[in-house]
Each structure stands twice: as C-alpha cells, then as structure tokens.
Design a protein around this ligand. Structure first.
Ligand code: SF4
Length: 248
C-alpha cells in the first residue's frame, strides 16, 4: 500500500534526496527551533477551539494556554539562542489573532486526521487544522501558518485536503484558506471540481514518479538552509559553497 500525504508530495517536489532521507531511509530530522514553537502554536489553537466550551474562550485563556505550554518545553530548548525572540513573536501573533478573530466560533472540526483510498493500493492521508461550515453548509478548510504571507502561494496542499474531506464525509468543500498568524493575512480560494480533479491526477502522477525514482537527486537551492537533513546531506559541502557565493 502506498501512503501519500500533502507533505510527502511537497517534500518530493522540493528535493528527491530529502524525500529519500525522510521517507525511505527514515533518518532523524534535525528540527529548527522555530518548528517546535510553530507546532506549539498550532496545538494551542486546536485545543482552544476543540476542547474549550465557547463560554470559556477569551483572549486571556488563549494567552494562558500558550504560556503554560511554553513553560513546559524542555529546559534545554528554552536555553537555546533565539528562543526568547520566538516566544515574543508567537505571543504577539496570538494576541493579534485574539483581537482579530471570533474566539467564540464553532468550527465543524479541528485537527481532523483523515485517510482515504484514492486508487487501488494508494492511501491519501493528512491532518487539517480546522474545518468551518459555511452558511450554505459547504465546508471551508483552514490551515494555520506560523509566519507571514510568503507572496507566492502553492494551494496544492489545500486541494488534496479537499479531496480527502469530500471522500470521507461526502460533503462539498467549497473554500480553502491559509491563515498567516504573524501578519494576520489570509489567502483564500474558492474550490472548483476541476481544481480537485486536477489535484487528484497530480497526486497519482506523483505516486508513479516516486515509485519509479531510483537516483533521488539533490536539488540545491535556498530551501536547503531550512532542510532538517542538511546536517547529513551528501552534498552539504556544495551547498555551503553555494550559500556563500549566493548569500542565502
Ligand atoms: S539539504 Fe538540500 S539537497 Fe540536501 S536533502 Fe535537504 S533539500 Fe535536498
């Protein structure tokens, strides 16, 4: 059985060698300090909307949940350089979120883990941060992003989520959004059935490409600077030279 997720598609399309390290060799990832902070913020928002009754949800409770969880991080992590700055940045993002968003909203689902067959021997799986119900009863998938709006947006992850939800729940997904927590911006798109058809065809083509892949070539580019396998990458010397020459 081949298991595909939006993350696996993204990793494969970014760098085949990283795909091999992550999913074939299953090497230990070296996460950046910002990844830990980002997961914490996601968990806080998911638990805030998923576990607290509406009448207990306010700005103070959201911030208290963040601070409690931050304090429970390992002392080793909390002593790392740059962690205090990350704390302040994420705290600010949640404070602005509380001012801007409806904290009493009742999402249809939060942290929804879904897996569905999309072809014989192919499972598509993933976890969605939040699904809201629109006034017309169609569904709206929301993905929280720590960080600011990147300019260029790749919506393929959202299209794959929509396929999963429609197959699992037999409900129409009409909209999907990225909510960027740092600057409060939202990228949203209406989803058509042709978007979803195209995404499904793309996912199945990626499965074939992965199955055929033998060489797992590296793709050296600025994304290498944030790669959790840079520490062990076969071409890290070449990457270091490129970084110095190109300044990334
Ligand atoms: S460091 Fe760059 S080339 Fe190496 S695995 Fe990661 S993304 Fe690929």
């Amino acid at each position: 059985m081949f298991r595909l997720s939006p993350l696996r598609v993204r990793v494969f399309n970014t760098c085949h060698l990283r795909y091999r390290y992550q999913y074939v060799d299953k090497l230990q990832a070296r996460l950046r300090i910002a990844d830990t902070a980002g997961s914490l913020v996601h968990n806080v928002l998911c638990d805030f909307f998923g576990k607290l009754p509406r009448e207990e949800r306010d700005r103070e409770r959201l911030i208290a949940m963040f601070e409690e969880r931050w304090a429970a991080l390992s002392p080793r992590y909390l002593r790392m350089e740059g962690v205090e700055e990350l704390h302040d940045r994420n705290l600010g993002a949640l404070q602005r979120f509380a001012e801007r968003e409806d904290l009493g909203a009742e999402p249809f689902q939060v942290e929804a883990y879904v897996q569905v067959p999309i072809a014989p021997e192919v499972i598509l799986f993933g976890r969605m941060d939040r699904i809201d119900e629109e006034p017309d009863k169609t569904l709206h998938i929301i993905d929280y992003k720590t960080g600011s709006h990147p300019g260029d947006v790749d919506p393929s992850q959202l299209h794959l989520y929509a396929i999963m939800i429609e197959r699992k729940l037999e409900r129409t997904v009409s909209r999907a959004s990225f909510w960027y927590l740092d600057d409060g911006s939202v990228w949203t798109t209406a989803l058509t059935s042709s978007d979803k058809k195209q995404a499904l065809a793309g996912a199945l083509a990626t499965v074939k490409d992965i199955e055929r892949e033998k060489k797992f070539k590296p793709n050296i580019a600025p994304h290498c600077a944030g790669c959790p396998y840079l520490y062990t990458c076969d071409v890290r010397e070449e990457i270091a030279q490129r970084r110095q020459a190109e300044g990334w």
